[in-house]
Design a protein around this ligand. Structure first.
Ligand code: HEC
Length: 131
């Protein structure tokens, strides 16, 4: 009986550590979004608009420079990601657009909250986080 209990407890601990180590979960983006062409050309106007919207809507979690260190980040279960890393900068504009539009878990969904063109402006701004 004692061994059974111990086995149970250790499997619970094992399961919990596996789910912690398994971060970050891969985020599958549908091909039609992945290859989507950004309709908003990179320009000073677009980047400035994107910056204002990012600061207002996203910086609280993602941090002013996109490092994932916003004031709300500590209270999140999932790390919001480091936007200066090659892993993020290597994504397509469509990947970022899709993730922002649809959200997942603690990442809010911005569909209906931000116009598509404004999401593209933010996508253009997020490209400036490259180190
Ligand atoms: C309440 C906190 C919060 C806010 C506000 C927020 N995010 Fe997120 N975001 C997250 C979290 C947490 C994740 C990681 C989600 C996951 O992987 O399941 C994430 C992930 C992302 C990703 C995917 C990152 C990657 O590495 O693939 C993008 C892109 C993104 N957010 C953009 C934005 C944009 C743009 C805004 C503002 C319009 C925003 N987020 C606002 C919490 C937030």
């Amino acid at each position: 009986m004692k061994t059974l209990k111990l086995t149970f407890i250790s499997s619970v601990i094992m399961f919990m550590s596996i789910s912690l180590v398994a971060q970050p979960k891969p985020w599958i983006v549908p091909t039609n979004f992945k290859t989507m062409k950004n309709p908003v050309a990179v320009s000073e106007t677009s980047t400035k608009t994107g910056q204002a919207l990012y600061t207002k809507n996203c910086a609280s979690c993602h941090g002013k420079a996109g490092l994932g260190d916003g004031v709300k980040a500590r209270a999140l279960k999932d790390f919001p990601g480091d936007f200066s890393k090659a892993e993020f900068q290597g994504q397509t504009d469509g990947d970022r657009f899709y993730k922002t539009k649809t959200g997942r878990g603690e990442m809010p969904k911005y569909e209906g909250k931000l116009a598509d063109n404004d999401i593209w402006n933010i996508v253009n701004y997020m490209k400036t986080f490259k180190k």
